[in-house]
Write a protein that binds this ligand. Structure first.
Ligand SMILES: [Zn+2]
Length: 218
């Protein structure tokens, strides 16, 4: 099964992607992982991406698309994959369709994780990160530390990352509306979109998504 996962920042896309890929026994291909892998292996595309990032510029579509193409050509993606963070705009979606068509493949479903905007802001702006170890994360409402401002794991100081501030979140939402939402309409025309409410427990959302995919593809 070939799936594209879309949804605004804060919808829990990365977490759902991991569970869904595992349940469906297909590789989870995230843009973040593609970039990390290409950069750490020093591939030509990775080097190009790094140059743009160092200059504080957006990485052009052709670089991202090149990385995705290399990954989709790997043997483990032959029978299916779950894309997370790619395509992120209309141009990438169109090129992806052409690439797949060339191999007589096509997207089977587009899972759209839906979440109210206010909830996104609440989720992200409530995150707190440990200064000592950034993998120690908390949330002021959903998983508060035992003592305010102090990491349960190591006693480090908790702070709000710049990325998680309300302004940054609102900004990222705007970019999502402008850049990424048009791909949902593009895929709707092809009858591929399944919309899933992303509120609730992680396991519940996964179950909802699995059920919707089953209905969509049988
Ligand atoms: Zn800590």
């Amino acid at each position: 099964m070939r799936i594209v996962l879309v949804g605004p920042p804060g919808a829990g896309k990365g977490t759902q992607a991991q569970y869904l890929a595992k349940n469906l026994s297909i590789p989870h291909i995230s843009t973040g992982d593609l970039f990390r892998a290409n950069i750490s292996q020093g591939t030509p595309l990775g080097q190009k991406a790094q140059e743009y990032m160092k200059a504080g510029q957006l990485v052009p579509d052709e670089v991202t698309i090149g990385m995705a193409k290399d990954r989709l050509d790997q043997p483990d993606a032959a029978e299916g994959f779950l894309l997370d963070g790619f395509p992120r705009n209309l141009n990438q979606a169109e090129v992806l369709d052409r690439l797949l068509e060339g191999d007589s493949r096509k997207i089977d479903a587009v899972l759209d994780l839906e979440i109210p905007e206010d909830e996104v802001v609440k989720r992200i702006a409530g995150r707190r990160t440990c200064r000592t170890d950034s993998s120690h994360t908390f949330h002021v409402v959903y998983s508060p530390p035992k003592a305010e401002g102090v990491c349960d794991v190591c006693g480090g100081e908790l702070y709000q990352r710049e990325d998680d501030s309300e302004d940054t979140v609102r900004n990222r939402l705007e970019v999502y509306h402008r850049e990424t939402e048009p791909i949902i309409d593009y895929y709707k025309v092809q009858g591929l979109v399944v919309t899933i409410p992303a509120l609730g427990k992680v396991a519940e959302v996964t179950q909802r998504a699995m059920e919707a995919l089953r209905q969509k593809t049988t």
